[in-house]
Design a protein around this ligand. Sequence first.
Ligand SMILES: Cc1cc2nc3c(=O)[nH]c(=O)nc-3n(C[C@H](O)[C@H](O)[C@H](O)COP(=O)(O)OP(=O)(O)OC[C@H]3O[C@@H](n4cnc5c(N)ncnc54)[C@H](O)[C@@H]3O)c2cc1C
Length: 349
Amino acid sequence: MSEHPTDRQHRIAYRIALNVEDGATRFIDCNAGETVLDAAYRSNINLPMDCSNGVCGACKCRCEEGRYDLGDEYVEDALTKGEAAEGMVLVCQMQVSSDCIIAVPVPSAACKVKPAEHGGVVSSIERVADSTFVLRLRLDAPAAVDFLPGQFVNLTVPGTDQHRSYAFSSKPGASEASFLIRTIPGGVMSTWLATDAAVGTRMSFVGPQGSFFLRDVDRPTILLAGGTGLAPILSMLEVLADRGTEQVVHLIYGVTSDGDLVGLPRIEALAARLPTLTWAICVADRQTAQPLQGYVTEHLTDEHLNAGNCDIYLCGPPAMVEAVRTFLHDKRIKPRHFHYEKFTPSKAT
Ligand SMILES: Cc1cc2nc3c(=O)[nH]c(=O)nc-3n(C[C@H](O)[C@H](O)[C@H](O)COP(=O)(O)OP(=O)(O)OC[C@H]3O[C@@H](n4cnc5c(N)ncnc54)[C@H](O)[C@@H]3O)c2cc1C
């Protein structure tokens, strides 16, 4: 029987982000009344499944965000009450009533999730600090470039077969994607940016990827950014400023020297839109003109840490991420949620 046009108009579709084990993310639409398993299948994504009746438990995933109903037809052997209370779901039973983020515990190949490729044209290249560029791309198909704030893509260096990972500093849905890139002497992407990059150059990237993305903000939240680790944090703040939050959000942005500081007017503008946002800058160089000298850990107070009743998002170079982890461990602080991303140098291929 064919669908009546008015049925289609009244159908509500929710956006589901499926994060597979190896970090790739694919977005699908799921209609009200449809199971996530069926919606994924409709989008040519094979989520793990066996019985599809709520009996075997093969399709067990974790819902990280969103509202849903599992009904009462699945059996306890497939999903225990304890698992359900912790956000585990059977996607063969799961019907959603909001946008959701679901972690799928198998790799891309097992789900036939092909990496999504996107393209755009360089609309500006701006040197914003001694060794930092903002690269902006006018996207070919902005609606298709869906990502969660904080995620990254693999950007191909034009004229080469090499790619490097960069986090969006722009927010999802924008017609331009922006990236904050620190250059390394002799680096492949760095050299291209400093010498060859030109407005109008076509670029391509694969993604989005990664589990470093903003979750629901329902307790005090600390954002720690080291250097260009500010990029994903800016994307998160853009989304938070749009959504609004009652929770206190504290950003500490650390750099090596004053010449590395970027994005301050943008942070000020975000703070004006998000009244619960407080922020501090610290500079490791002892000669800094900034009021706060030292590393981010030196400016992370017990008040911010709230005896562990806080969520922390941390992004920066590997050494900085490890320093913060050691700091929290030594202070015996276990944040309720601790998400981090290390900007690990790529192994040049
Ligand atoms: C998930 C992820 C997200 C990332 N997001 C960002 C981002 O948003 N912004 C950003 O600026 N960077 C980001 N990076 C780092 C980025 O992918 C590149 O590694 C960096 O830009 C250098 O690339 P390149 O081609 O210029 O240098 P390459 O050609 O990769 O490196 C040249 C040489 O420099 C070394 N090298 C590379 N990086 C460093 C470093 N930091 N310190 C010391 N030596 C180094 C390499 O080992 C190599 O020997 C991210 C990395 C990861 C893993």
